[in-house]
Design a protein around this ligand. Structure first.
Ligand code: FAD
Ligand code: NAP
Length: 464
């Protein structure tokens, strides 16, 4: 028996488990997938937007791996908690693969960033996704104007959720609290602001295009801002995704040659209740407001292309009024107890997935996913990344298998102070969420807090 612990049940953890059990070099392998949450799937459950049901359904593919007879899911197991560090894990398992993602937010480092009303997008996403760590969070959507800083896909997600009416989200698994807040939302203007030009925006075309078909929302772009970008005028040399983005933005700009370009599905002549402004070449320099009233505006400096893919400031400033600010400027990995950490990239140093300490491989310890590569890439990107790590581990397996392990992992984890939720516990949570949704007259609705999840896991595990 060769035992591996995979820490984290997001895409990289599940794809690692899959690569480890779908091979014949080490046939007697057993993989334990441990997660600090009682629920599996990482950001597929707690990041992918609720209105993206098709992507969410990837959970069904991940599920088949976690139901493999030689894969054992154990939720509610926090690696790094007292009594369960790398040393203890190495006593229970021959090898440990860290697939813990990159859940922290990046900072802008500008004055006023922490004023009331200014939040990292990570917190907003966790709130509408019912992450149990966000159970006490409240977002009042009393603001008339909301500003999203950043033009990546997460920025598009949060701008879209702010712009969509609650009526369109009732069929999703969004929990009741955020759904109610969106139903009461007074937000009329959403601004999504990039510090560089449209040809350098990180969003992908499908996600951008979707913004143009939100009922009751008009999308506004400023032709003058688009034209500032040399690649916007001559998009021929851009990579395909960037060229397609430009085509979409052009389509919107050319509908109306003035400052306003209107998309959306509002009946002609009607005033849409919401406007979504896409702005470029504006870099945030300060948040304006005070502790009593909260943020009132964001001050941006106008930028121009520097010819090298970056921008330079012009010394011209523009204040955009907004009482809610979501800073969507990327995620960041956090140091893992007992592992080396590269502060500059927020990742664990590695070679082909083998953790490196002082440039030498740390025997039996591996990484995959965002903690290995940094917080970029879609779900599918984690598959080859996990495969590479699994291949390194399998190459090392013969040497690592020399140790004889006696204690059953579940007993050892309990002895280490953990209370693991087994797969049947997760099935209990699924059943409770389906039942809760039925009671509300909706489909499945997520349980948003630790107590509810653990209770459902406990009673579910007894029934299933
Ligand atoms: C808001 C958002 C939306 C996204 N939407 C899409 C999308 O629509 N389509 C798409 O293709 N990609 C999307 N992505 C990207 C995709 O989610 C990531 O590529 C992917 O989830 C990264 O996988 P991962 O396994 O490295 O990390 P995660 O998915 O973050 O998984 C990490 C897991 O580790 C667990 N963990 C962390 N610390 C510990 C610990 N100490 N002990 C035990 N367990 C621990 C966590 O609970 C979590 O379950 C999105 C990303 C974000 C941030
Ligand atoms: N539907 C989907 O497929 C989907 C949905 C969500 C997320 N994801 C994926 O998840 C990953 C993470 O997404 P993300 O949106 O968090 O990150 P991202 O793609 O890296 O985008 C981050 C954005 O923040 C901006 N930014 C960074 N620092 C800034 C600063 N100091 N001031 C102003 N702007 C700043 C960046 O601008 P610069 O480019 O100028 O640095 C960029 O526009 C991506 O790979 C994404 O594709 C996919």
């Amino acid at each position: 028996m060769f035992r591996v612990a995979v820490i984290g049940s997001g895409p990289s953890g599940v794809y690692t488990a899959q690569s480890l059990v779908e091979q014949e070099t080490v046939p007697d392998i057993e993989v334990y997938v441990l997660d600090r949450l009682p629920c599996p799937y990482g950001l597929v459950r707690y990041g992918v937007a609720p209105d993206h049901e098709k992507i969410k359904s990837l959970q069904n593919n991940l599920r088949t791996v976690l139901e493999h007879p030689r894969v054992h899911f154990l939720g509610n197991v926090e690696v790094g908690a007292p009594g369960l560090g790398l040393k203890e894990l190495r006593e229970i398992f021959h090898a440990v693969v860290f697939c813990v993602g990159a859940a922290a937010d990046r900072q802008l480092g500008i004055p006023g960033e922490d004023l009331p009303g200014s939040h990292p997008a990570t917190g907003f996403v966790s709130w509408y996704s019912a992450h149990p760590d966000a159970a006490a969070t409240r977002f009042s959507l009393a603001a008339r104007s909301a500003i999203v800083i950043g033009v990546g896909n997460v920025a598009v997600d949060v701008a879209r959720i702010l712009s969509r009416g609650a009526a369109q989200l009732t069929t999703t698994d969004m929990p009741q609290g955020p759904l109610g807040a969106l139903a009461d939302s007074r937000v009329e203007d959403v601004w999504m602001v990039g510090r560089r030009g449209p040809s350098q925006a990180k969003f992908t075309t499908k996600e951008l295009r979707e913004l143009g078909s939100l009922p009751g929302t008009e999308v506004l772009v400023r032709p003058k801002e688009l034209a500032l970008d040399p690649a916007y005028r001559e998009p021929g040399d851009l990579p395909a995704v960037r060229r397609r983005n430009i085509e979409v933005l052009r389509g919107w700009a050319e509908r109306d040659g003035t400052e306003r370009a209107v998309a959306g599905t509002t009946a002609a002549g009607a005033t849409p209740p919401r406007r979504l402004h896409l702005r470029f070449f504006l870099r945030p320099v300060a948040m304006i407001g005070d502790a009593a009233t909260g943020v009132r505006a964001v001050r941006f400096e106008r930028t121009v292309p520097d010819g090298l893919g970056g921008v330079t400031g012009t010394g011209e400033y523009e204040d955009i009024q907004g009482q809610l600010v979501l800073r969507s400027v990327g995620y960041r990995g956090t140091p893992q107890p007992g592992l080396p950490f590269d502060e500059a990239t927020g990742t664990v140093p590695h070679r082909a997935g083998r953790v490196l300490r002082n440039d030498a491989a740390h025997p039996g310890v591996y990484v995959a996913g965002w903690i290995k590569r940094g917080p970029t890439g879609v779900i599918g990107t984690n598959r080859p990344c996990a495969k590479e790590t699994a291949a390194s581990l399998l190459d090392d397996a013969a040497a690592l298998a020399e140790r004889t392990l006696t204690e059953d992992p579940v007993s050892a984890l309990i002895r280490a102070g953990q209370q693991p939720v087994p797969w049947t516990g997760w099935l209990g949570i699924e059943a409770a969420e389906a039942a809760w949704g039925r009671r509300l007259g909706r489909g499945t609705v997520k349980l948003p807090d630790w107590a509810g999840l653990l209770e459902a896991a406990r009673t579910g595990a007894e029934v299933v």
